[in-house]
Design a protein around this ligand. Structure first.
Ligand SMILES: [Zn+2]
Length: 146
């Protein structure tokens, strides 16, 4: 959860992300709710309110991630950390198959599972956006090019 983020820092995070959720790549202009600023490492785990620990996240990603920093994946179960938008390259952990976000690493798997990135309603929204030419958006394509 974002809590109190100074306006200048929030603006930096928003502009750096080009208005995209840095997890599911939905654009702010395609969402009903203002995107919160996500503490990548939550404050509960001593994550700082600094640009290097902040990401723009849609409300759904922010809420499902909560204070978690990892998830159990595979059989037998093993712990994997979550995707870190400041340290990781999205393309190294996920692949877009149409509107579906396919994990291509343990980190990707943990993140897709914990954030429920391919929940039915989320896929329906992204498919509708894709049909409208908004997913991935031009901003997302540029973001993915790095
Ligand atoms: Zn999202």
């Amino acid at each position: 959860m974002s809590g109190q983020i100074p306006a200048a820092l929030r603006r930096l995070v928003f502009e750096r992300a080009a208005g995209l959720c840095e997890y599911c790549l939905i654009h702010q202009s395609d969402a009903h709710f203002t995107f919160p600023v996500d503490h990548i490492i939550s404050r509960k785990h001593q994550g700082a309110t600094k640009a290097a620990n902040l990401a723009l996240a849609c409300l759904r990603c922010n809420v499902t991630k909560g204070t978690d920093v990892g998830a159990l994946i595979g059989r037998p179960r093993r712990l994997s950390r979550l995707y870190h938008p400041r340290k990781d390259d999205w393309r190294a952990h996920f692949h877009l198959a149409g509107a579906r976000i396919v994990p291509v690493s343990d980190v990707g798997e943990a993140t897709v599972r914990l954030l429920d990135l391919n929940a039915r309603d989320r896929l329906m929204l992204r498919r509708a956006l894709a049909r409208a030419g908004r997913y991935p958006s031009l901003e997302a394509l540029a973001y993915l090019r790095g």
